[in-house]
Design a protein. Structure first.
Length: 271
């Protein structure tokens, strides 16, 4: 932990998570709120097409932010993704904690700013996640687990540095996975696969009804994806001692150039 704490690159990465998360939340939730404005004569404003619009906004926004800061922080932008990479032994406990704090702060700040920008909207919930009518707690939790599972599985597969068959864009693939998760979950829960995003809306709107689902679901989905990928689909050969070193000190190659070369970070770059 001490070695990471002293590195400039580490703190640049934490700041990158905060800034990218803030932009992601403002753009994506701003898009979700936009269809509440009355548009006279707009014959395309159906519920299904609104879902597509919002899903694409979330997916494209995350892909753009991943491309922008992926070489600095890895562009996790989601506590569930950070947890998955932690369990996959790709980051340290200290980095995971600081990333999650930065992500939550970024989401809260962006939602608060968006609250002021959209203050004239009637019944403005700021993109609050909630169970749809007729969906019980178990069903909502299951949807969140599945939607997050496929996202974290995509992140682990596209950023696996052992692969040499990746010729496309990892940020784009992950963005499409985010869009897919939203297409699945919006009608059931509003899609809470990002706990920090859910926290921002709940905190600013002061509504924590069933909020636990949007933490427990993504955590279970991300953790199960990581364990299945790491121990069943693509097992790693590192032993427990090597894993403990990563959890306590981080990946060695991330800081081998004294933290001054941004190209040392490869978490979100295809090999």
């Amino acid at each position: 932990m001490a070695s990471e704490f002293k590195k400039k690159m580490f703190w640049r990465a934490v700041v990158a998570e905060f800034l990218a998360m803030s932009l992601f939340i403002f753009i994506s939730i701003g898009s979700a709120l936009g269809f509440n404005f009355p548009v006279v004569g707009n014959k395309t404003a159906t519920a299904t097409q609104d879902n597509v619009k919002v899903s694409l906004a979330f997916g494209i926004a995350i892909a753009t932010m991943a491309q922008s800061v992926g070489h600095i922080s890895g562009a996790h932008l989601n506590p569930a993704v950070t947890l998955g990479l932690l369990l996959s032994c790709q980051i340290s406990l200290f980095k995971a904690f600081m990333y999650i704090v930065a992500q939550c702060l970024g989401a809260v700040v962006a939602t608060a700013i968006l609250s002021g920008v959209t203050s004239s909207l009637p019944n403005n919930s700021l993109g609050l996640n909630a169970l749809a009518e007729g969906i019980n707690l178990g069903q909502g939790l299951g949807i969140e687990i599945i939607a997050t599972f496929q996202l974290v599985l995509c992140v682990l597969a596209t950023t696996d540095r052992r692969r040499n068959d990746i010729s496309g864009s990892a940020p784009l693939a992950i963005g499409l996975s985010v869009a897919l998760g939203h297409l699945l979950a919006i009608d059931y829960t509003g899609c809470g696969i990002n706990p920090a995003r859910s926290l921002g809306s709940a905190l600013v709107a002061r509504n924590f009804t069933n909020h636990w689902i949007f933490w427990v679901g993504p955590i279970l989905g991300g953790a199960s994806a990581s364990l299945i990928y790491d121990f069943i689909l693509a097992p790693r050969s590192s032993d427990l001692t090597d894993r403990m070193k990563v959890w306590t000190s981080g990946q060695v190659e991330e800081y081998e150039l004294d933290g001054d070369d941004i190209n040392t970070r490869v978490e979100m770059k295809p090999k």
